[in-house]
Design a protein around this ligand. Structure first.
Ligand code: MG
Length: 388
């Protein structure tokens, strides 16, 4: 690449954020860090800022503002605090690409303002597209912004599509590891704990996405994310369980040919590709060897036991603000499960019940999405209080 890309990382202290900085650390001629942001983790944010000397940092929680400011003022790094600052900082002229690695719904508004400022987006925050995929993709089109997927499955599809942009997709096949509870029945799932759910067999990720992976909600959110990223109908998206997580997803074209992207499960590859596209940069990440994986296996997902995936397909089919309800309710139940307030299977029950109760809007505006998110959270919280 010729000039270094100037990167803003929203959520730099999380799993994706720290791995993004690993990629940048290995390619100092290709990338520079312009902005770093964190919600609460000031110690790590300060350490990252001292190493990468961004122009500015944002600490989400205003209570931590003074700590961060005192530490970084001598380094001539600007410090801001709060949600509004997050939405404004992405407009900075010196940013080329915004990598959004915020957790959940919180990623929506900063991503929208980055798009309006004409910044390219490397999207690790799938919930942004789940909540308001129609608005986000329409806005990206209007402002000539490309959204590069960081999610490994969507990166795989994107990589399969390079050189194929004029060819129609017949369908895509998203692979799912199946998580720690693959093959288990509802009776078993009745009593599983968060400690069990937090043990993902192949990927080391943040708590929210790990629970989502165990419940297959992560795959459901990814189905919705794929619809918007690649402009597909629900019937063009299949999910297959592939426990080894080597085939990261596939595209089937109209001639019946399938393309897949393979590799060891390592998020640094999709992160790096989202930042370096259309180039591929040299890396020393561990290479895949077929000899270590004599069997790559594939099976049907169990939509009856793992109801969340079915709920996501239903929400997508319903359209309007249904996926926004699904996402908001899911964030509340995952939080409650992590606090031992509800059981594993109750998460799906609560989401389904919430979706029956929230007001349906067929053509939502951004204000509708914000209201839907709020209403769904309130309803789910009330249901938890009443029942458990
Ligand atoms: Mg994924």
């Amino acid at each position: 690449m010729t000039e270094a890309k100037r990167v803003a990382i929203l959520g730099s202290t999380g799993s994706i954020g720290t791995q993004t900085l690993e990629v940048i650390r290995q390619h100092p001629d290709d990338f520079t860090v312009e902005v770093l942001t964190a919600q609460n983790n000031c110690d790590l944010l300060i350490a990252q800022a001292k190493e990468f000397t961004p122009n500015a940092v944002v600490i989400g929680n205003p209570e931590n503002y003074n700590t961060v400011k005192e530490a970084l003022i001598p380094h001539d790094i600007k410090v801001f605090a709060g949600q509004k600052a997050l939405e404004q900082i992405v407009e900075m002229e010196t940013i080329d690409v915004v990598l959004t690695a915020l957790v959940g719904y919180s990623g929506l508004l900063p991503t929208l303002s980055a798009i309006k400022a004409g910044k390219q987006i490397a999207l690790a925050n799938k919930e942004t597209l789940v909540v308001a995929g129609d608005l986000v993709t329409a806005l990206a089109k209007e402002f000539g912004v490309n959204i590069y997927p960081v999610d490994s499955e969507h990166s795989a599809i994107f990589q399969c599509l390079v050189g194929e942009f004029h060819n129609r997709i017949e369908k895509i096949i998203l692979t799912a590891s199946g998580g720690p509870f693959r093959g288990k029945d509802r009776e078993y799932l009745q009593s599983v704990t968060k400690v069990q759910a937090l043990k993902h067999p192949n990927w080391d990720m943040g708590a929210k996405i790990t629970i989502d992976s165990a419940s297959l909600m992560n795959k459901g959110l990814e189905v919705i994310e794929a619809k918007w990223l690649f402009g597909l109908n629900t019937s063009q998206i299949d999910v297959v369980v592939h426990p080894q997580s080597i085939v990261h997803s596939l595209v089937q074209f109209e001639d019946g040919s399938l393309k897949a992207q393979l590799g060891l499960p390592d998020m640094r590859i999709p992160i790096q590709f989202a930042l370096s596209y259309p180039h591929r940069l040299k890396s020393d990440f561990e290479r895949f060897d077929f000899i270590n994986y004599p069997n790559l296996t594939f099976e049907q997902p169990d939509l009856k036991t793992f109801r969340n995936l079915q709920l996501a397909f239903d929400a997508l089919e319903k359209g309007g603000n249904a996926a926004c309800m699904l996402n908001a309710s899911n964030e509340v139940v995952v939080d409650a499960f992590l606090k031992d307030q509800i059981g594993f299977l109750e998460m799906s029950d609560l989401i389904a019940e919430t979706m029956d109760r929230v007001d349906f809007v067929s053509k939502p505006t951004i204000a509708d999405y914000i209201a839907t998110d709020e209403q769904a959270r309130i309803i789910t919280k009330e249901l938890i209080k009443r029942k458990y």
